[in-house]
Design a protein around this ligand. Structure first.
Ligand code: ADP
Length: 638
């Protein structure tokens, strides 16, 4: 096939631009990224070779080789791994497959210089980091299953296009050739390469080798020195998770974390233990300080690396980690699983189930421990992962109370910057209060101003303020905590006012006609109109049925493309508010048109209060303006 010239996808062009023009610090991570890709490619080939002996024979002894060439100014990273076909090279090196690329790009533009490399690693745009140091990159690759020396050559100067051509390669594998910029020639120096590999790739299981030439004594003539070139392994290749925790220094844990997570910061918590008994495995797990990029996207890679008897099986074993703990990174090395485990086996494997249960418990225990003993760190963590953690209440009912205990809340009673927990909430509840109350709103909304809270404030009842999109669903799933019902303040019938039963009856009688008028006029908009037990100052509000969805949840589900029938709400009016006395008066004196207008105004106001749009804003504005001038009319000019 002849040489083809292709265009990068727009997001790759943009990313390359950023790589070249705005990343100056920590450039050396390009080597970590390329070695990591090479190591992945070897893992894939080794995995294939378990069922295909020919691959093992063709590839030879697994290794990654670094070749600096000071004459050509190139640094080559070679592996004898799985290789790329022409189509794969186009697909893998010409596009970015992740969702959320645009958001990532924006975050990258906004991030400080120091945070940029960390972001890049987390997003996994590893290969493109080559362009931080090279102005041209050539990739020569032969697929491990290719029996002839046929290979492909991919090349680009990051000018928006790349070429793909035929090539040859003696053995399967890939060479990534970096044509270094003048300013970055230090990466051809032996000490620099050693340094970077020690720092970032020491734990890579496969040997990273380089030809080192030294002067040595000539064995034939001891007086003479000769130059001898020997292949030297530059990385220690030690599996840190197999060591005894007491022998591991915090820096070692942190370095390994950076290696597995591509994160730049240290982890918030390390969990390292050996499980014995029904299942034998080692786990080294990390809770990061910051949420990794894309954690809310569908294609976010979940789960720790899975090793079986020190052999890497896969990068992310989703079967080992519940989704609500997907921020956890690390390694699990099992002694019980077969080496050739496939996805199908994983899904139904009892051992995997046992390990998952075990590590879930350890992680939850670690979180509880942090919450109790290191509150400031836990609060930070909760800001990052609370949204993900609470999904567990929905997906793992068996653990819902345990997870609920880990959640932090702001409430109508917490001071700015402080939090409460469900258990503290229940402890501090007035005796007369029989449920746990919460209100939902958008993060940018000041829910504390909400009229729904009026009666709760008057009664001295605390209300939890929830601002994550999924909160209402989560609280519905929780249902109860320590025997107390969990209730949304805008749902169901709440009767917190001071009125006695006989007073309520009297109110009902007094407003019966007005309520009937309301119901008749709003019959297409609301399900019911009733007197409110939750308002003290405001005139009216819209509420949902006990089991219904709140407006936040309705919007979220709709935005996810779910077919949610619009739920009619209930309009509640405050019998203690003077406006309804006024309306009663109008009704009695036959001012029907005015009553009609006031009913519309009441309803529209309530829509605005719950954060919904009103149907006819201009009619609403006209009515308000009329009211305002009406007020003026009644006054004498000054
Ligand atoms: P990531 O490694 O996060 O997927 P990269 O941009 O580093 O992102 O690499 C993109 C893809 O290119 C990889 O997923 C892999 O399929 C392919 N690739 C990169 N380097 C190699 C290599 N040395 N051998 C085989 N495939 C490779």
């Amino acid at each position: 096939m002849a040489v083809e010239k292709m265009e990068f996808k727009t997001e790759v062009k943009e990313l390359l631009n950023l790589m070249i023009h705005s990343l100056y610090s920590h450039k050396e991570i390009f080597l970590r990224e390329l070695i990591s890709n090479a190591s992945d490619a070897i893992d894939k080939a080794r995995h294939e070779s378990l069922t295909n002996r020919e691959i093992a024979e063709a590839c030879g002894e697994w290794k990654i080789k670094i070749t600096p060439d000071k004459t050509a100014n190139t640094l080559t990273i070679s592996d004898n791994g799985i290789g790329l076909t022409r189509e794969e090279a186009v697909a893998e090196l010409g596009t970015i497959a992740h969702s959320g690329t645009r958001e990532f790009m924006q975050a990258l533009k906004d991030a400080s210089q120091k945070d940029k490399p960390g972001l890049i690693g987390q997003f996994g745009v590893g290969f493109y980091s080559s362009y931080m140091v090279a102005d041209r990159v050539t990739v020569v690759s032969r697929k491990a299953t290719e029996k002839t020396n046929k290979a492909i050559k991919w090349e680009s100067t990051a000018d928006g296009t790349y070429t793909i051509d035929d090539a040859t390669r003696d053995k399967p594998g890939t060479d990534v050739v970096l044509h270094l910029r003048d300013d970055d020639k230090k990466y051809l120096e032996e000490w620099e390469i050693r340094d970077v590999i020690k720092k970032y790739s020491d734990y890579i299981e496969h040997p990273v080798v380089m030809d080192i030439t030294r002067e040595k004594e000539d064995p034939a003539d001891k007086e003479k020195k000769i130059k001898v070139t020997e292949e030297e392994t530059l990385n220690a290749r030690k599996a840190i998770w197999l060591k005894d925790p007491s022998e591991i220094k915090p820096e070692e844990y942190n370095d390994f974390y950076k290696h597995v997570s591509h994160d730049y910061s240290d982890p918030a918590k390390v969990i390292h233990y050996r499980a014995e008994g029904t299942s034998e495995f080692m786990a080294l797990l990390y809770i990061p300080q910051h949420a990794p990029y894309g954690i809310l996207y569908r294609d976010f890679k979940i789960g720790p690396m899975l090793y079986v008897k020190r052999v890497q099986i896969m990068d992310h074993c989703a079967e080992l980690m519940p989704e609500y703990l997907r921020f956890v990174r690390g390694v699990v090395d099992s002694s019980d699983l077969p080496l050739n485990v496939s996805r199908e086996i994983l899904q139904n494997n009892r051992q995997i189930g046992v390990i998952k249960k075990n590590i879930t418990k350890k992680i939850l225990d670690a979180l509880v421990d942090m919450r109790k003993n290191d509150a400031p760190a836990y609060e930070k963590l909760h800001k990052e992962f609370g949204r993900v953690l609470k999904e567990g209440i929905h997906f793992d009912p068996s653990k819902k109370e345990e997870i609920a205990d880990l959640l932090l809340f702001t409430s109508t009673k917490t001071e700015a910057g402080k939090y409460t927990t469900l258990s503290d909430y229940v402890r501090d509840m007035p005796i007369a209060q029989d449920a746990i109350y919460y209100i939902t709103g958008r993060p940018d909304e000041n829910v504390l101003q909400s009229p729904y809270l009026e009666a709760f404030r008057t009664k001295g009842y605390e209300v939890l303020c929830l601002t994550d999109d999924i909160d209402d669903l989560i609280m519905l799933d929780l249902g109860e905590y320590k025997g107390k019902k969990v209730r949304n303040v805008i749902k169901g019938d709440v009767s917190l006012d001071k009125a006695t039963e006989s007073e309520k009856e009297a109110q009902k009688g007094k407003f019966e006609k007005l309520l009937a008028k309301f119901k008749e006029q709003l019959k297409d908009e609301v399900k019911d109109v009733r007197l409110s037990g939750r308002l003290t100052d405001s005139a009216s509000c819209l509420v949902a049925d006990e089991g219904g969805l709140d407006p936040q949840m309705e919007k979220l589900l709709k935005s996810m493309g779910q077919d949610v029938p619009s739920q009619k709400r209930i309009l509640e009016i405050n019998p203690a508010h003077p406006v309804f006395e006024v309306m009663n008066g109008m009704l009695a004196s036959g001012k029907d048109e005015q009553v009609q207008e006031y009913i519309d105004l009441t309803y529209n106001q309530s829509l605005l209060l719950e954060g919904s749009k009103i149907k006819d804003p201009s009619a609403f504005a006209r009515s308000v303006a009329k009211l305002m001038t009406g007020n003026l009319k009644g006054k004498k000019p000054a």
